[in-house]
Design a protein around this ligand. Sequence first.
Ligand code: PMP
Length: 437
Amino acid sequence: MANTPPTQDQNQSVVDRAREVIPGGAQTGLRAQAYNTGDIAFESASDATLTTVTDEQYTDYHLGFGPVILGHAHDDVDAAAQAAIDDGVLYGAGTTPLEVEVAERLVDLLPSVEMVNFCNSGSEATYHAIRLARAATGNKKVLKFEGCYHGWHDYVDVSVYPPTDRVGERYPESDGMLSAAVENTLIAPFNDPEAVNEILHEHGDELAAVILEPIPHSVGCLLPRIEFLETLREATAVHDVPLIFDEVISGFRHSPHGVQGEVGVTPDLTCVAKALGNGYPVAAVGGRADLLAQAGGDNESGVVISGTYSGSLPGLAAARETIDTIVANDVQAYLTDLGDRYRDGLNDLLEDHDINGRIVGHRSIFSVQFGVRGEPHNYEDILGLDEKRFHTFAAGMRERGHFFTPNPYKRHHLSAAHDETHLESYLDAADAVFADL
Ligand code: PMP
C-alpha cells in the first residue's frame, strides 16, 4: 500500500487533542506561543532541521530554547547516551565514575567552580544555589535584576518581563506565588553600578544572594558593562553576600569557561544547564567548596539538595560527550564567526529597507528587535519593542521555512549544524519579509 502523505488535518487533530488534555495545548505557556503564528505540531528533528507531523521542514533557530548547541540528534551525543541507557538509566545510590568525570570537567573548565551538584533543569540549579546562599548567610533577601528570568520557582519568579507600568516593582510573574518569597526579592536595573552599591550599602546585612545572568539572554541580549560586573563582585565580597551567576543559557554555549571566563569576573556559585547536555535534561550548581560542602549530608552541614533523577546517567553521558566535542572542535569559534555573519547581514538588511530596528546578540545568539535603536543596557531599553512587527516578521520567516519562537523578547540560537547555506537562505528570506514589513 502506498504511503498516504500527511495532511493538514493530521496536524489539526494533534493540536485539538492536545488542547483537550494539556493546558494551553502545549507544555508551558511559552511553547504555546508557537501557536501565535499558526497551530503546529512537531514530530522529529535532526541537525538544524525541525519537521512537523505534516512533513513540513524548518531550519530551527529555537533549538529547544537554546540547549541544542551541536545540532539535533547528534550522533556522538546520542551514542553516548545510548551506551549509558544500555547500562541502566538510574542507580540512585552511591556515586558513579561518570558523574565524577563530568564534575571534574566542570571544575576544570569553569574558573570559579570547585565542587558540583547535578540536577535536571536550570530552575532546580537556581533553586539549589539560593538555598545554599541562604543557609550560608542566614539571610532571606535575594537581589535580582529587572526583567530577567531564572526559573519558575517562587524564589526568582519576580519582575520577569513586567509590563511598563510595573517596572521597578516586585512584580510576581505568576498567580499562586508565596508572598513571602516575593517580599524577600529586591529588584535593581541591570548595568547600573550605583544602584547596586546603594542596595548593597542599605541591605547588605540582610541579603542572602545576588543572582544575575552575566549576559541577560532571557531578555534577548543585554551586554554587561565590565565596571558593573566588577562593582557587583566587589560589593558582594565586602558584604559577604554570595554572588550567583546564572549561566543556564550562556554556559557551554558562549564558551566552555562560561561568561565568567570571558570577562574575568568570577561568582561564588554558578548554575549551568541547557547547552551542557545538547538537549538532554542535565544541569548543575557549582561553586565555592565551602558553600557546596553544606550539602554534604553529614551532621554538621544542613542543606538538603535532593532529587531522584539528579545525576541520571544518560544526561551525564550526554554532558560528557557535549563538553568534549565543544572543547575538541572549538565549536564556539565557529559559532561566533557564523553569528557575526548573521548579525552583519541582518543589520545591512535593516539599513537597506530603512527599517527602525536593531540586531543584538553575542556569539551564537541574536535577537531581531523592531521599533528600537541603539544598544540596550537594561530591561527598560527593550520596553519599546514593536511586538506586532516582530510577529509579522516571525510569521513571514516561518512561511519561508525558518522557525524561531515568535516571542519578541526571546532570541535566535545557532548550532554547529548551521552553516553557510542556512545563513544565505535565512538572509534571502529576511530580505523578502523586510520588503513587506
Ligand atoms: N535561567 C535562565 C537564564 C533561563 O533562561 C532559564 C530557562 N529559560 C532558566 C534559568 C530555567 O531553566 P529551566 O527551564 O531548565 O528550568
